[in-house]
Design a protein around this ligand. Sequence first.
Ligand code: PHE
Length: 350
Amino acid sequence: MDPTDELEPLVRQARDAFAQATASAELEDAKARFLGKSGLVTQQLKALANLTPQEKKARGALINRTKEAIEAALAARREGLAGAELDAQLRAEALDVTLPGRKRGAGGVHPISLAQERIEAIFGSMGFDVADGPEIESDWYSFAALNNPENHPARSMQDTFYVDLKDSEGRWLNLRPHTSPMQIRYARAHARRYEGVAHMPDIRVIAPGRTYRVDSDATHSPMFHQVEGLWVGGSVSFRDLKALYLEFIQAFFETAELKLRFRPSYFPFTEPSAEIDVMFESGPLQGKWLEVSGSGQVHPQVIRNMGLDPERYIGFAFGSGIDRLAMLRYGINDLRLFFDGDLRFLSQFR
Ligand code: PHE
């Protein structure tokens, strides 16, 4: 009998088994059944031990050929399966490259922040420091230090929000109704730093930030923004205020075609006091006086509360509405748009 034929069924059996495997894992199982440690081919090899040396030679060669045939069949099937698996994976993970891309949403800076950044840059270029301070204030900083004692009628100029907590003097804390407390905080720190120094540098600072009042309509919001300005030194006059503010407002609106008007007014912490109005000489707001700021020469009592001698130091302060400035600059007619969070509005400033 032809010894080749004798093991032929084994090869066929293996081919069938390999063909039936539809995944790599199944194919590896099938391989083990033939070529594994106790697989059918291995069993044949082990049986050689019982043969004579001559029989071994012929039989060994036959088993080797059989083994090679099975290994060849295995390799062919492996390749076939790998190709099929790759095809299946590609089909499953198919992606439609013709679909439009998804954009990453680009954020933008809020118009109030844009205005504030401009203000900081302009005053910064004129040698002013930029300071930040607490929004929850004590009675002293918000009122008393600003020459606005308890029971003084000027307190009713501002409908203040109070916090259900008391300060060290037993008075209710408040949500600062203006940025003016920062005049006191900054000036006192400055005075302390230069105490005993012969030539104290001028105090030149702006303090932008959130402020709060019980007020709500198209031009008032319970939370709004102010920027406080303070310049105190040995001889700082009202004329310096007028020149500085004109410089600022022209830079802010990027035009020299405007006028300022200082309209006499009253604040407990300045004397004399003035409202600052601006009028554009061209553009959509042409010819209307628009109020943008309170201002005045710092009251001697306030200078004293800053820890300074009013005989030696004098200066001015102003408090401007950032929201108002932003509305004028961007042509916005309703303050509430700033706080609604409507992307149709906000995205116009990107
Ligand atoms: N604090 C005042 C207000 O809120 C503005 C102001 C600031 C006026 C500084 C004079 C000086 O209306």
